[in-house]
Ligand binder design. Structure first.
Ligand code: FAD
Length: 289
């Protein structure tokens, strides 16, 4: 590993000032599960590593009166998985976090790190995008909120400026009639990242008509993929098996998948068709979001 100076700010302000001061030479470390691998493999060689470890203020899960969840960036994936508030308000997110890597990774990995890393083969981003979550970022120029639909820009690239810290994840309360599911598909070991993962959030009225449909496919392209035209096919309609199949076909046709060790582009396209269908049907069958 190359040498670097470890900086341990005691407030978010101090952290953002250090990032601004050291520019491209500085990198944040939170749980370290991704950053340490990048350092060990010499993929990055920062002069300064800014640890968020002392920022206890970023470690919480709050539930607002309307059911919105506010999750501090340093909350671990394991804490989200096991939180009764998350299990009650967004059980699909709790279950998804329970599928990330293995329990050792989940104990160290943070929510803020998972999103900021922006590795295309991650699980929580698809669910959080479908849930219309947003993040709060703070930098030397102040704070701003970024919807996750605008957050992922490319391979390991986000809308965060180099001197901004992701401080909070905000998951809005879904209407009580919303149902959801997340299906991930592994092609290698049970602890590997997914070949693809599909999050489906469906809101159906009491006559069985779809009011809202959000389907986000992760791990198949640089960023999580949502196909508006396919979702629109379902809205205002009864989601029959035939219509769900048509929506899945539209996803498979519209997404331009990548190839990697977990599957070729051709194979991923076939799997998008199958897993979009099963995720939407699973959300309808499953129950509460
Ligand atoms: C063996 C293994 C298996 C895994 N399997 C899965 C899986 O199945 N599914 C899945 O989704 N993920 C998986 N992961 C990835 C894991 O979820 C991420 O490594 C982890 O969430 C990153 O969080 P961290 O706190 O460790 O981040 P770090 O490693 O500390 O940082 C990651 C990146 O984010 C930046 N960063 C961190 N926090 C912030 C912040 N608050 N604001 C701005 N930038 C920040 C860092 O500078 C760095 O670039 C796996 C990882 C391992 C090692």
């Amino acid at each position: 590993m190359t040498t670097f100076e470890l900086l341990e700010p005691e407030s978010v302000e101090e952290a953002t000032n250090l990032l601004a001061q050291h520019g491209d030479e500085a990198r944040i470390i939170a749980g370290g599960t991704a950053l340490v691998i990048m350092l060990k493999n010499r993929l990055i060689s920062p002069g300064y590593v800014v640890s968020l470890g002392k920022l206890d203020e970023l470690h919480y899960i709050h539930e607002e009166t309307d059911g919105t969840l506010r999750i501090g960036a340093l909350t671990t994936i394991r804490e989200v998985e096991r939180s009764p508030k998350v299990q009650a308000r967004c059980p699909t997110l709790a279950r998804t976090c329970g599928q990330v890597g293995n329990v050792r990774v989940r104990h160290a990995a943070t929510v803020g790190g998972n999103l900021s890393e922006a590795d295309y083969a991650s699980d929580p981003p698809a669910v959080l995008m479908a849930a219309r979550a947003r993040v709060r970022a703070r930098g030397p120029r102040g704070e701003r909120e970024i919807p996750l639909t605008d957050f992922f820009k490319g391979f390991y690239e986000t809308a965060l400026a180099p001197d901004e810290v992701l401080i909070e994840l905000i998951v809005p309360a879904a209407p009580p009639t919303t149902r959801s599911s997340y299906l991930r598909y592994l092609t290698r070991s049970s602890e590997d990242r997914p070949c693809l993962g599909v999050a489906a959030f469906v809101d159906v009225d009491d006559r069985g008509i779809c009011r809202d449909l959000r389907v986000v496919v992760g791990a198949v392209a640089e960023t999580p993929q949502e196909v508006d035209a396919a979702e629109k096919l379902g809205i205002g309609q009864r989601l029959t098996a035939e219509l769900i199949q048509t929506i899945a076909e539209e996803y498979a046709r519209s997404i331009d998948p990548l190839s990697d060790l977990r599957g070729s582009a051709w194979y991923r396209r076939q799997m998008v068709r199958v897993f979009v269908r099963d995720a939407v049907q699973g959300a309808l069958d499953d129950g509460k979001a």
